[in-house]
Design a protein around this ligand. Sequence first.
Ligand code: BEZ
Ligand code: FE
Length: 279
Amino acid sequence: MEPGYFTESDSAEVVIARNAAAKSERLQQVMAVLTRHIHAAVKEIEPTTEEWMTALQFLTATGQMCSDWRQEYILFSDIMGVSLLVDAINNRKPSGASESTVLGPFHLADAPELPMGANICLDAKGEAMLVRGRILDTSGNPIPQAKIDVWQANDEGFYDVQQKGIQPDFNLRGVFRTGADGRYWFKGVKPKFYPIPDDGPVGKLLGALGRHPFRPAHLHYILEAQGFDTLVTHIFDPDDPYIHSDAVFGVKESLLAEFRHVTDTVVRDGKTFLQYQND
Ligand code: BEZ
Ligand code: FE
């Protein structure tokens, strides 16, 4: 039987039936789900024609803002929490595994590989910071030769790629490899909160929603090791003023690091230890 004509009550099912010859089953399924949800939303909202035009103009402006350097649709997905939801669905981890979070737009694939302990801060600006940790499997065994790709914004909240000619190329980026004990350490600068790019339609939407555009201070990591899933994650400063209101919902409790003031190193039993301010 031919499907019926379009009516308000049957709207979604009439459109879905029209896609019966879709060339891919997955596309057909995705479009059916989207059609049902979008029609249900329109029925619940009952937009005026002007309101619907405003929505379409927002999508048009979002597309017009996109370039090789700017992906406004990803920002839209980020501030809607959809990027983090897709990330969660695709990165369900066994217990004990480090959690993932958003990649963000500022990763460079060709950052230099550096010797352990190197300083990734190339312009001597900001408060010096020592970063150290261990890369372990879920049973607690060290992972040697793990590749640690790190990048961070400077203490004014900008990545090198946002300040070409102001910051040196590859400032605050580096690739390190763990030794046999899974340990790594390097020097950077204490990061600061910064706004996601907010001079486009997504920034305007955040303003209209009474939301700020800030991400709490963090360091980005991509961890790769043979035989293991790749992990895209951050560590965050738990004392950051925006730690509970990340514009892109990237914060997870397990990703909060400890930032402590180091005054000096001390040697005990022939080993070097860090001396913390409150020790
Ligand atoms: C970032 O952390 O670099 C980032 C993530 C999402 C949107 C914008 C920036
Ligand atoms: Fe970032």
